[in-house]
Design a protein. Structure first.
Ligand code: ADP
Ligand code: MG
Length: 316
C-alpha cells in the first residue's frame, strides 16, 4: 500500500466528520483552507508524541490516536476556544493495516467527540511519531491567557487530579482491579475540558490545562501573571478510586503527576459567586492568588526548583 492509497483509505474519511464545516478545502490539495468568521481570532497549537517518550512501546493504536488528539485539544480548552479542525503529521515505521485501521477508528472517535474535523496532514516513514495541530476560534480578544491572574482571584480546578499519573503503575496489570481500571481510563482516554473552557471565557482571568502536574502548571500562570498563590492540600480534588489505591499519598499524585488534562483557572471572587451553579459544580476552589510572588502549599513555600518543576524534557 502506497502513501496516497493509505491517506485515501484511512484518513480522508475522517475529513467528513463533525466539526469540518469551517474547512473550505480539506485533505487532498497542497494546503487546507479554513474560513475564519470575521470577528473571530484563530487559536492554534501543535503537540508531538514520540513513542517511548510520551507513550509506551507497542501502545494500543486506538488509545494513541485518542490521546494525541485529546492532549492537543486540551490546549484549546485552556484558551477557551471553540474547536474547529486539525492536521496530523504521522511518521510510521511500516504500513501495518490492522494498526492503521484501529488508529483511524480511535482518531475518528476522538474527532467526533471533540468536534474537530481532519483538514489535512503529512505521512512519512520513520520512528513512530505523531504531531497534531489543532485550530479553534474565539471572539476577537477573548482568548484566556496565562498572564491575566490578579491578586484576590480564586484558583479553581476541574474534575479530579492524579489519576492518570497513578495509572502509569498499572499499565501492565493483568487484569486490573476496578479502581486500577478507573485510573487507567483517565490515562488512556483523557477528556479535554472543551465545554468548560468555553464556559470560562469572560469569567476566568487566566487558565492552563494540567498536563505536567498541578504545581508546575499553576506556577506557569503565576510567572506569566507576576503574582503568587496559596493553595490548600485538603482542597485538592481526588477521585475515590485514587484515594482507595493510594491512601494519604493520593494528594502527592494530584500535586506532581501530569497527564490529567483538567483545567486550572483563576476567577475574580465576585464572578465566581455569580457564576452559574452548573459551572460551579464542575470546579473546586483550591486557593487564592496573592500579590507576593511564589507558590505556598498550606503556608509553606513550594521550591520552584523541585516540586513545581513538573516534567521537562531537557532537565533530567
Ligand atoms: P504535499 O507534497 O503537497 O505537501 P502530501 O503529499 O504531503 O502533499 O499530502 C497530500 C495530501 O494528503 C495533502 O492534502 C495532505 O493534507 C493530505 N494528507 C497527508 N497525510 C495525511 C494524514 N495523515 N491525514 C490527513 N491528510 C493527510
Ligand atoms: Mg504540495
Amino acid at each position: 500500500m502506497g502513501e496516497f492509497e493509505l491517506i485515501r483509505q484511512y484518513f480522508m474519511p475522517l475529513a467528513r466528520l463533525h466539526g469540518s464545516h469551517c474547512v473550505v478545502v480539506g485533505p487532498g490539495d497542497d494546503c487546507a483552507v479554513q474560513r475564519v468568521p470575521s470577528g473571530s481570532d484563530l487559536v492554534f497549537s501543535i503537540d508531538t508524541l514520540v513513542e517511548g517518550v510520551h507513550f509506551p512501546l507497542n501502545y494500543r493504536p486506538d488509545y494513541l490516536a485518542w490521546r494525541a488528539l485529546a492532549v492537543a485539544a486540551s490546549d484549546l480548552a485552556a484558551m477557551g476556544a471553540d474547536p474547529s479542525c486539525f492536521t496530523l503529521a504521522l511518521t510510521l515505521p511500516e504500513v501495518n493495516e490492522s494498526w492503521l485501521r484501529d488508529f483511524a477508528r480511535g482518531l475518528g472517535n476522538a474527532a467526533e467527540s471533540f468536534g474537530l474535523g481532519l483538514a489535512g496532514g503529512d505521512t512519512t516513514r520513520g520512528p513512530l511519531t505523531l504531531s497534531v495541530q489543532v485550530h479553534g476560534l474565539v471572539e476577537q480578544g477573548s482568548a484566556i491567557c496565562r498572564s491575566g491572574a490578579m491578586p484576590g482571584d480564586l484558583i479553581v480546578v476541574s474534575g479530579a487530579l492524579g489519576d492518570a499519573g497513578a495509572a502509569l503503575e498499572y499499565l501492565d496489570a493483568q487484569p486490573p482491579t476496578a479502581d486500577e481500571q478507573f485510573v487507567l481510563e483517565q490515562y488512556h482516554q483523557p477528556q479535554p475540558r472543551l465545554k468548560l473552557g468555553v464556559a470560562l471565557r469572560h469569567l476566568a482571568t487566566a487558565a492552563i490545562d494540567v498536563s505536567d502536574g498541578l504545581l508546575a502548571d499553576l506556577n506557569h500562570i503565576l510567572e506569566a501573571s507576576s503574582v503568587g498563590a496559596s493553595i490548600e492540600r485538603t482542597r485538592i480534588p481526588i477521585s475515590p478510586a485514587l484515594t482507595r489505591l493510594k491512601g494519604s499519598a493520593a494528594t502527592e499524585y494530584a500535586l506532581h503527576a501530569g497527564d490529567d488534562y483538567e483545567l486550572c483557572a483563576t476567577i475574580p471572587e465576585a464572578s465566581w459567586e455569580n457564576a452559574p451553579q452548573l459551572l460551579k459544580q464542575q470546579f473546586t476552589v483550591i486557593g487564592v492568588i496573592e500579590p507576593t510572588p511564589g507558590l505556598r502549599l498550606d503556608g509553606t513555600a513550594v521550591m520552584s526548583e523541585s516540586a513545581a518543576v513538573g516534567f521537562d524534557h531537557f532537565r533530567r
